[in-house]
Every structure is written in structure tokens, then in C-alpha cells.
Design a protein around this ligand. Structure first.
Ligand code: FEO
Length: 162
């Protein structure tokens, strides 16, 4: 049976992952409006992945005899100044999520909840990838600067994400 403090912390993480899904969907809507359909598609895929992250916590709680409780998801922003500003926010957001995952690992370790420590390793690895991807796209956007051609090619490349 999962300990109540771990259950509470995992429920908070479900909300954080759901918010991630929500904010990336909001970014997808913004990109659609900007006619950057490749970036919109990339964000929709990212939003689905985040939903999947929330579901991993949901399933883990139930496998351990706990219970997922769902709280309100805060409204994400609707507008950004540029694609670069969007990906700056993605990079910052993923760093915050990494911080939350690390806190969960600390908590699970101090509670001697080995199953949760093990479960969380997937997220530790995932966050390395998430931060690297966001940093890479941000770096490319900064190189492109205001070149329309560059933006067009990057949009097309990001649209190829499955
Ligand atoms: Fe679920 Fe992008 O962290």
C-alpha cells in the first residue's frame, strides 16, 4: 500500500503533468493561428505525451492500492510574442518539472518507498531528454533569428515528429 504522503505528492504531480499537457495544447493553438502548422503539430504530440505522463502516475497509484484524485487544472496563457518566446517558456517549464521529479525522488527515498523510487527513474531519464529537446529547438530558433526561410524549414522539420 502506498504511503499517504507519497500518494498526495503523486496526485500533485498528476496535476502538474496535466497542466503541462494543457499549456502545450495552448501553444499548439497559438502556432495554428500563426500558420506554423509543423510547430502546432509538434506541440499537440507533446501535449499527448504529457497526458501520458499523468496517466503513468495515475496507474502507479492504483497498482499500489492508492487512489488518484483530480484537482482543477489552471488555465494556461493563450498568447506569446514569438516562437522563440514559446520555446523559452517550454525550456523553463521543463526545468521546473525536472525539479518536481527530483523532489519526488527525494521524498520516495526518505520514505524508503523503493517501488516509487524505481518508478520515478523513468521520469528522471525522460526529463533529461525533454530538457535537451527544448534547449535544442530554442538554440535553433535563436540561430534563425528573424529569418522567414529558417522558420519555414524548422516548422517543417518539427512537423515531422511522430
Ligand atoms: Fe512530463 Fe515534459 O514533463
Amino acid at each position: 500500500m502506498i504511503k499517504p504522503e507519497i500518494q498526495d505528492a503523486f496526485n500533485k504531480q498528476i496535476n502538474a503533468e496535466m497542466y503541462s499537457s494543457y499549456i502545450y495544447l495552448a501553444m499548439a493553438a497559438w502556432f495554428e493561428n500563426e500558420n506554423l502548422t509543423g510547430m502546432a503539430s509538434w506541440m499537440k504530440t507533446q501535449s499527448r505525451e504529457e497526458w501520458g505522463h499523468a496517466m503513468k502516475f495515475f496507474e502507479h497509484l492504483h497498482e499500489r492500492g492508492g487512489r488518484a484524485t483530480l484537482a482543477a487544472i489552471k488555465a494556461p496563457p493563450a498568447k506569446w510574442d514569438s516562437p522563440t518566446v514559446v520555446f523559452e517558456e517550454v525550456a523553463k517549464h521543463e526545468q521546473q518539472i525536472t525539479g518536481l521529479i527530483n523532489q519526488l525522488v527525494d521524498l520516495a527515498q526518505s520514505a524508503k518507498d523503493h517501488a516509487s523510487v524505481n518508478f520515478l527513474q523513468w521520469f528522471v531519464n525522460e526529463q533529461v531528454e525533454e530538457e535537451a529537446t527544448a534547449a535544442d529547438i530554442l538554440h535553433k530558433l535563436k540561430m534563425i533569428n528573424k529569418s522567414t526561410n529558417g522558420l519555414f524549414f524548422l516548422d517543417r522539420a518539427l512537423g515531422e515528429r511522430k
